[in-house]
Design a protein around this ligand. Structure first.
Ligand code: CP
Length: 314
């Protein structure tokens, strides 16, 4: 595998889930695969899970890890072709990507949507320019429009906890005080389209995700109706795609115990971080049905599987 940019880079999801499950049982089985190889992790945005799980995954494979918080520590990057660089940006991505390639064997990047310009965010300027100019494989640690490491984790977690071959999975919007990108929701939708599940999205009117991503997935604008008989409730806030970056503080979409009682004893999932008692009530996230911590644990095995496939194909 050359890069892990989106879940389209997964050739066989069922094989990947089986391999990740085996890896979780014996995480050090390939501890020499990455010896003398270095991964560079570049963060343009904050992280807890992605940073530590990717680092742990690389260490489990014997790799060296270099981490850089680019925003505030790196030079401010220019992406435009032919730009006269007499303004704020100090370094062009052409040099930056090629220079990082001298120090590392694999590069992983986190660069969120800015939510100012939809066209620019959906062009994936940062990730695609690094992929264009670097000479080493690139892993997406959450870009403007996708979070494929999270989506792989979510597929592994659902496979681990499902009680039927075709569970009902609901992706529910929930309120949040800040405008958040659509990346996690986009990749989850794409992943569920490749999974054997009854999949439904529920959100307020005006919060439709990009139709090129949701395609034929049913949308139920009535959250309580969508929750009926669900086996998994996957919760995430995202800002509007149509009215780009607009948010909505509608407390009636918060995840409560009463709503969870409408489900088929559903597992509660969230990628974290989550704002308690804004997105979800304490009683739900602290319940036995909440699998958010095991979901976060599976981040390591999703990342480790991706790195293993990259190392094996080098
Ligand atoms: N879910 C997730 O990506 O968490 P972090 O933002 O903490 O990395």
């Amino acid at each position: 595998m050359e890069n892990y940019f989106s879940i389209q880079d997964i050739d066989s999801l069922s094989n990947w889930i089986d391999e990740a499950t085996a890896m979780k049982k014996k995480p050090l089985a390939n501890k020499t695969l990455g010896i003398d190889k270095t991964i560079g992790l570049l963060f343009f945005n904050p992280s807890l899970r992605t940073r530590l799980s990717t680092q742990k995954a690389a260490l489990n494979l014997g790799m060296n890890v270099i981490v850089m918080n680019f925003t505030g520590e790196g030079w401010s990057l220019e992406y435009g072709d032919g730009t006269i660089m007499d303004q704020g940006n100090s370094e062009h991505v052409k040099e930056a990507a090629q220079v990082v390639s001298q120090y590392c064997d694999v590069l992983a990047i986190r660069a969120f949507a800015k939510l100012e310009n939809r066209e620019e965010d959906y062009s994936e300027k940062v990730l695609k320019n690094f992929i264009k100019y670097t000479t080493i494989p690139v892993v997406n640690m959450e870009s403007a429009t996708g979070h494929p490491l999270q989506a792989l984790t979510d597929a592994i977690t659902i496979a681990e906890y499902r009680k039927t071959d075709k569970p009902k999975v609901v992706l529910s919007w929930a309120p949040h005080p800040k405008a958040l990108p659509q990346a996690v929701a986009n990749s989850f939708v794409e992943m569920m389209q490749r999974t054997d599940a009854h999949f439904v999205i529920t959100h307020p009117v005006g919060f439709e995700l990009a139709s090129q991503i949701t395609k034929e997935v049913p949308i139920d604008y009535n959250q309580e109706n969508a929750f009926k008989d669900a086996d998994f409730i996957y919760v995430k806030n995202w800002s509007s795609y149509a009215d780009y970056g607009k948010t909505l503080e509608d407390n009636s979409w918060r995840i409560t115990d009463e709503k969870m009682k409408l489900t088929n004893n559903a597992k509660f999932m969230h990628c974290l971080p989550v704002r308690r008692n804004v997105v979800v009530d304490d009683i739900v996230i602290d319940s036995e049905n909440s699998i958010v911590i095991e979901q976060a644990n599976n981040r390591t095995y999703a990342a480790q599987l991706v790195l293993k496939k990259i190392l094996e194909s080098k």
